[in-house]
Design a protein around this ligand. Structure first.
Ligand SMILES: Nc1ncnc2c1ncn2[C@@H]1O[C@H](COP(=O)(O)OP(=O)(O)O)[C@@H](O)[C@H]1O
Ligand SMILES: [Mg+2]
Length: 268
């Protein structure tokens, strides 16, 4: 029987007395692209950080490819894994953040090569070949020797994606990867993500890019207030939301898009 690649069951997370995730159940099949939508503060980032154990959780369980993340179960009890064991689990998961987080003192190709060489201990020559191929696939073949400050935000974000892929992850997490970009640079990053989805990568993408969600996602999950409010095909959730909170969120998002479009038109 095939199990989902990501299986999150009744995940609870608090910061002090503030419960941010209130029992999240989310499954993601291998090869599936899931877009996670929801208003600011609904717990989307926290959930991604719990998947790769940048945060510990107070209750529930998260499995990635059959591995219980962050914990070892003995009988009914969970024991936190050692930092080293958690780091090993995290290595299998690529993450791309809103901010590009490239090492500023390294060229694009050195950024891509860093973890495979230093963390995986793979041979430099082999890693260099792979890194150059990855830069090709994200459309940056000619920028291998550029430093981050010589690249646009969109180019930096594409390097960040190549860097995550260099670790040959089984899962990619994207946390609003285009929301820090100038509007004209958003498309080139989404294009790379679309290609990755087509190649069969399993992806969880937090985004406000509805066109991307509609075209690329297999499933859309709407979160609010630390719970999953509704989920389904993009067509169902985006075009025909069932819950008032989803409707309200989408309405506000559309109004915001229109404001941005009008402001841009005014400039022309
Ligand atoms: N490190 C933290 N310490 C305390 N509170 C946090 C921390 N990170 C997030 N929160 C709180 O958790 C809630 C959910 O945040 P977040 O997961 O970032 O939401 P989203 O990504 O959906 O905007 C917010 O109320 C936020 O203030
Ligand atoms: Mg967030």
């Amino acid at each position: 029987m095939s199990q989902p690649l990501v299986h999150a069951a009744q995940v609870r997370k608090s910061y002090g007395s503030n419960e941010v995730l209130k029992g999240i159940d989310i499954d993601v099949e291998a090869g599936e692209v899931v877009c996670l939508l929801g208003p600011s503060g609904s717990g989307k980032t926290t959930f991604l950080r719990c998947i790769n154990q940048l945060e510990d959780i107070q209750a529930g369980r998260i499995w990635v490819d059959g591995d219980l993340m962050g914990y070892r179960q003995k009988g009914a009890r969970l024991h936190r894994l050692k930092d080293k064991e958690i780091a090993a689990q995290r290595r299998e998961i690529g993450m791309v953040f809103q901010r590009f987080n490239l090492f500023p003192h390294m060229t694009a190709i050195d950024n891509v090569m860093e973890a495979p060489v230093k963390v995986q201990g793979r041979p430099r020559a082999e890693v260099r070949t792979q890194a150059q191929e990855l830069l090709d696939t994200v459309g940056l073949a000619d920028k291998a020797h550029a430093y981050p400050n010589q690249l646009s935000g969109g180019q930096q974000q594409r390097v960040a994606i190549a860097r995550a892929l260099a670790m040959q992850p089984k899962l990619m997490l994207f946390d609003e990867p285009t929301s820090a970009l100038d509007p004209e640079l958003v498309g080139e990053v989404l294009e790379v993500m679309r290609d990755l989805a087509q190649q069969g990568m399993t992806m969880i993408v937090v985004t406000h890019e509805m066109a991307f969600a509609r075209d690329v996602a297999d499933r859309v999950i709407f979160m609010d207030g630390g719970v999953v409010v509704e989920q389904g095909s993009p067509k169902d959730v985006i075009n025909n939301p069932q819950h008032a909170r989803t409707k309200d969120f989408l309405k506000r998002l559309r109004a915001e898009h229109e404001r941005v479009a009008e402001a841009a038109a005014d400039l022309v």
